[in-house]
Design a protein around this ligand. Structure first.
Ligand SMILES: Nc1ncnc2c1ncn2[C@@H]1O[C@H](COP(=O)(O)OP(=O)(O)OP(=O)(O)O)[C@@H](O)[C@H]1O
Ligand SMILES: [Mg+2]
Length: 365
């Protein structure tokens, strides 16, 4: 059963359409990352799910219950959600236990039950023994664990996290990501995790929803987004992907024949005949001595991860620079011929997320 369903959810602020008919459905226990550039509407979407904003149109359901829609609105405190923000929002004068206990008191739990719950969540987030500290006596990572413990203590079905790692350094972020994954599988709650960092999203989530300017572009597994992007935006946004314009001349059972300049290529894809895009990553390119499908000229190299990351400008078609690691240093302007060992063809007008709108996001094993 889906635990969260959004149907054509829209929101305007003044004259700006911040969310435009966003529809998605996620199953119980999923870990969904909401990914997109700054200002695309991620926080607004989270606030709508939490009940901190009211949608102008569309409907939000938790399981079968409508929590926001034309005729119903369930206030935030009755939605059984937990929220974790970038700024931990802890009470500075209260101990860790006091911070966690607050919500349990509001929920009306008896003292013994509160103490048991606090012990339980401190154990889950790895802070046993630190219950009497105050927030200023904790590191940033520990504070974020307290914020998470506080949101878990009321045993919500849905946990909303808005850039919870943005204040932490890169090393700690990685450790906390692993923690979030562990805690997610331990609690079985559904997590919705907002980030604009795609590496973070791909590392932590069972499913990723990519947003752009208020619209859902695609929802799928990290691998779906990487291998089968639904739109040029997703292709370029995920995994430093590149796109080149092509003409699709044949569409047949999950494969496309395309013209890239004067070259005919057969590649996986579901694009209709007409104008389209070839999307690919560095790992889909191979340098060949001659007869390459893409003729380019070297414009620059950077030594990275033990190889020369080489930026090459197409010479016979109108397209952006493509990049791939090469083992040798080359002079600028050296001709570099490339063939494609992989890639994915996208139609020009292909509306994103067609498959994702109603497709249920299964919980990862
Ligand atoms: N209360 C508000 N009143 C007016 N405009 C708002 C309000 N809240 C958000 N916006 C606008 O809505 C758009 C989306 O904002 P939102 O905070 O949802 O983006 P975001 O994807 O979370 O961005 P970031 O990654 O920078 O946090 C922005 O243009 C923002 O200025
Ligand atoms: Mg935001």
């Amino acid at each position: 059963m889906p635990s969260l369903t959004l149907t054509a959810v829209s929101k305007r602020f003044d004259s700006v359409q911040v969310l435009d008919a966003v529809s998605l459905s996620i199953a119980d226990g999923a870990f969904l990352a909401l990914l997109g550039p700054s200002g695309c509407g991620k926080t607004t979407l989270l606030r709508l799910i939490a009940g901190l904003e009211v949608p102008d149109g569309g409907e939000i359901r938790f399981d079968e219950q409508v929590v926001a829609g034309r005729t119903a609105f369930v206030p935030p405190e009755r939605r059984r959600i937990g929220m974790v923000f970038q700024s931990y929002a802890l009470w500075p004068t209260m101990s860790v236990r006091g911070n966690i206990e607050f919500g349990l008191k509001v929920a009306g739990l008896a003292s013994a039950e509160r103490a048991a719950r606090i012990d339980e969540v401190l154990e889950v987030v790895g802070l046993r023994g630190l219950g009497d500290r105050r927030p200023h006596e904790l590191s940033g990572g520990q504070r974020q664990r307290v914020a998470l413990a506080r949101s878990l203590a009321t045993r919500p079905k849905l946990i909303l996290l808005d850039e919870p790692l943005a204040n932490l350094d890169a090393h700690l972020r990685e450790a906390m990501l692993a923690e979030f994954r562990r805690i997610h599988s331990l609690t079985g709650a559904t997590f919705v995790f907002v980030t604009h960092d795609q590496d973070e999203a791909m590392a932590v989530a069972t499913h990723v929803a990519v947003m752009d300017r208020g619209r859902l572009q695609q929802i799928g597994t990290p691998e779906d987004l990487y291998r089968r992007p639904a739109s040029p935006m997703v292709a370029r946004f995920i995994g430093r992907g590149r796109t080149l314009p092509v003409r699709v001349v044949k569409a047949d059972g999950g494969r496309n024949r395309v013209m890239l300049g004067q070259q005919l290529l057969d590649l996986p894809g579901q694009a209709p005949v007409g104008h389209g895009w070839l999307s690919f990553h560095a790992s889909d390119l191979k340098r060949v001595p001659e007869g390459g499908e893409l003729k380019t000229e070297l414009v620059g190299q950077v030594f990275q991860n033990g190889a020369f990351l080489s930026h090459c400008m197409p010479t016979e078609i109108d397209g952006d620079v493509v990049s791939l690691p090469l083992s040798e240093r080359l002079k600028p302007s050296t001709p570099v011929e490339l063939t494609f060992t992989g890639g994915w063809v996208i139609g020009d007008g292909q509306r994103a997320c067609d498959a994702g709108v109603t497709r249920r996001v299964e919980t990862a094993a």
